[in-house]
Design a binder for this molecule. Structure first.
Ligand SMILES: NC(=O)c1ccc[n+]([C@@H]2O[C@H](COP(=O)([O-])OP(=O)(O)OC[C@H]3O[C@@H](n4cnc5c(N)ncnc54)[C@H](OP(=O)(O)O)[C@@H]3O)[C@@H](O)[C@H]2O)c1
Length: 348
């Protein structure tokens, strides 16, 4: 089977190779040392991977980690070669002996490397496997788990946003931020969305943001100060950090929370004085990280709450573009060059 395999290091549009890729097999799983989205490396002497599903990929989601894994900037170094693609929807066509009940089901979830989703078959692992509701399209399901669960943890579990609060969302038209924006609207918050460009601003408005600022046209800090007041923000939901995150912080009200959940613009040092002198809270969010055995329950609770919102029409996956699998490297370039809105999905 052919897919996008990475052997070298560099930008996807330079190093992704459309070539024969290894077929996931029971034998290959015995030698696997990395699982759960590459976040955990199996220690020496630990048993080999014993629970897994093989899926026939229907659609795969594109995101920044597909770029940073290729460039070598991903927090976990990737052994080469690997098939890129972190998330997908697919039909289960084989399983480990303990997961036979999943055979034939349409499932969505992580597709960790080396058997990623930019190929006709990929591998998924518990606990990040979810059956797809009938009403959800393949494209929506392909990009549901990572943005929705991350946004849920940022907004609810960690950010603890409350009805009536004013929430500033940076990079608000992006894949995960646009999910967070919707969750804040659904929770009864007043959302101030910052995005770059008229089409992204229109998208944020459509998702329910009350104040939308196109940072290419206006200084977002000044606009917030003038329209809402100098310290009107209760929570910053920040998937951008870097200079925008740093400049946004003084807009916080007393007891405000700066929820640091991503770093599209890089990381800048934070001085404790900023927080303790203002009675602010710095909130860290990293999906799954450090929760150990509790992770399964957390993700199940988040998933149930998200599906309820989907059913009520209060939340949706923000897929705005579907491309053929062959166009993945070019579409990843659009993400890097900030031309993408919401999520891009590859259809197989
Ligand atoms: N905490 C977790 O567990 C977790 C899970 C998944 C993802 N993440 C992180 O969340 C962040 C967002 O991911 P995503 O997939 O939603 O990305 P995305 O779709 O590219 O959205 C990020 C947004 O940030 C803005 N941005 C991008 N590069 C920027 C730069 N250099 N300077 C300033 N703004 C920039 C862009 O908005 P404008 O062009 O409109 O300004 C873009 O729409 C990433 O850092 C990702 O690693 C964290």
């Amino acid at each position: 089977m052919k897919g996008w395999i990475v052997r070298g290091t560099g930008n996807p549009w330079d190093v992704f190779e459309w070539d024969e890729v290894p077929e996931p097999s029971h034998e290959a799983m015995q030698g696997l040392t990395i699982d759960i989205a590459g976040l955990r490396t199996r220690g020496e002497g630990e048993p080999p991977c014993s629970s897994y599903l093989f899926v026939r990929v229907l659609a795969a989601s594109l995101a920044t980690p597909d770029v940073t894994m290729a460039t070598g900037e991903y927090p976990v170094p990737m052994e080469r070669p690997y098939v890129s693609g972190q998330e997908a929807v697919g039909i289960v066509d084989d399983t480990s002996p303990d997961l036979r009940d999943w055979m034939g089901k349409r499932v969505m979830g992580f597709t960790p490397q080396p058997f990623g989703s930019f190929a006709p078959r990929a591998v998924m692992f518990p606990p990040t496997i979810y059956e797809v509701p009938d009403a959800m399209s393949d494209e929506e399901a392909a990009a549901f788990v990572i943005p929705s669960h991350t946004a849920y943890h940022a907004v609810h579990r960690r950010g603890q946003v409350q009805r009536g609060e004013t929430v500033l969302v940076l990079g608000a038209a992006g894949g995960v931020p646009s999910s967070a924006l919707q969750l804040c609207v659904a929770a009864g918050c007043r959302v101030v969305a910052v995005a770059g460009g008229a089409d992204k601003a229109a998208f944020c408005r459509e998702l329910g943001a009350e104040v939308v600022i196109d940072h290419r046209e206006e200084d977002f800090v000044e606009v917030v100060r003038q329209t809402l007041g100098p310290n009107a923000i209760d929570v910053i939901v920040d998937f951008v950090q870097g200079e925008p995150g740093q400049r946004a912080r003084p807009l916080l009200a007393v007891e405000g929370r700066h929820v640091m959940a991503g770093h599209a613009a890089g990381l800048l040092p934070v001085h404790p004085n900023e927080f303790y002198l203002q009675n602010w809270t710095l909130v860290g969010v990293c999906m799954g990280s450090g929760y150990g055995a509790q992770a399964l329950q957390l993700e199940e609770d988040a998933h149930a709450a998200l599906l309820e919102l989907v059913e009520r029409g209060a939340y949706r996956t923000t897929v705005t573009r579907v491309v053929p699998l062959q166009e993945v490297p070019a579409a990843l370039r659009d993400i890097v060059e900030r031309r993408s809105i919401g999520r891009i999905v590859a259809s197989l």
